[in-house]
Design a binder for this molecule. Sequence first.
Ligand SMILES: Cc1ncc(COP(=O)(O)O)c(C=O)c1O
Length: 331
Amino acid sequence: MIWKVLSYPRYRLASLPTPMERASRLSRELGVNLLIKRDDVMELCLGGNKVRKLEFIVADALSKGCDVLITRGATHSNHVRLTAAAARKAGLEAYAVITPPGSTATQGNILLDKLLGARLVYVDRVEEADEEMARLAEELRSKGRRPYVIPVGGASELGVMGYALASLEILQQSLSYGVKPDYIVHATGTGATQAGLVLGLKMLRASDVKVIGISNGRKASELTPRLVKLFNSTARALDIDIEASEEDFTVYDEYSFGGYGAITSEVVDIMKYVARTEGIPLDPVYTAKAMYGLIDLVRRGAIKGGSTVVFIHTGGSPISFQYAAEVEKYL
Ligand SMILES: Cc1ncc(COP(=O)(O)O)c(C=O)c1O
């Protein structure tokens, strides 16, 4: 079944597989076999999980003859940065509707967005952003342009396909370490990463690998139906006969520390801990919170001692520079 995804048109933006490394020191301290999948290490503009989604999305935009990508995200959005970079790589332009939270100062991802020449349109309320994207698309169409609108976070069927393929990559790399993961843990937000992983594992008949999404803000009760919808619409788009229900998704929403974009001492403590044990930088909005969740779930026994855990580093390092003042408070 995974063949259906493999044979879908993709515009190559990164040479895959990304590295997967054994986190020996953290493994010893936590009492699990921890492997870190480095999706933050990719050649497209500092990398991240959005690149896998954009490979499918950009191919679709090009096949439809589009010449400009439009998307939206928070001020610190990795998705906006990577959409702008992917657009440039493919010879397209990018527009992005930027919403709170966060500072709009020229730092981190905003700095990179500007460097890439993305046209940024600021709105005050997240609720206005989809409407603003539609308005921009209409305006561009009236000028003879061919816009392609990408939903927030790349959370579309094509985005889900990116992480369905990643699950194959993760299983293959784990095999090279002589193991099969018991758990895959990652930051979850708009849902395409988690829906894709669960879909890919189902296609590979490896649903015994438990995927755990650590929410960066949304409540599990809001996110889970969204995951089911994304999964099922992607299965339909691929014309495969599998269906998911809410039981297929595990989401923990108690590790967002004050909500999306909030940075507390716990978050920075985890950033310091992982940097000082493994030399790996995490970001304060997504990956540090996900790692906090992983560590706490091991301590609580929800992730069993001695098990093999793959943590996906989904990227986001520019955010640390954007929020340097907030992070510095707890250094
Ligand atoms: C670094 C990082 N990790 C995780 C996520 C969440 O991924 P998804 O939107 O696919 O749930 C995002 C998306 O914004 C991200 O930028």
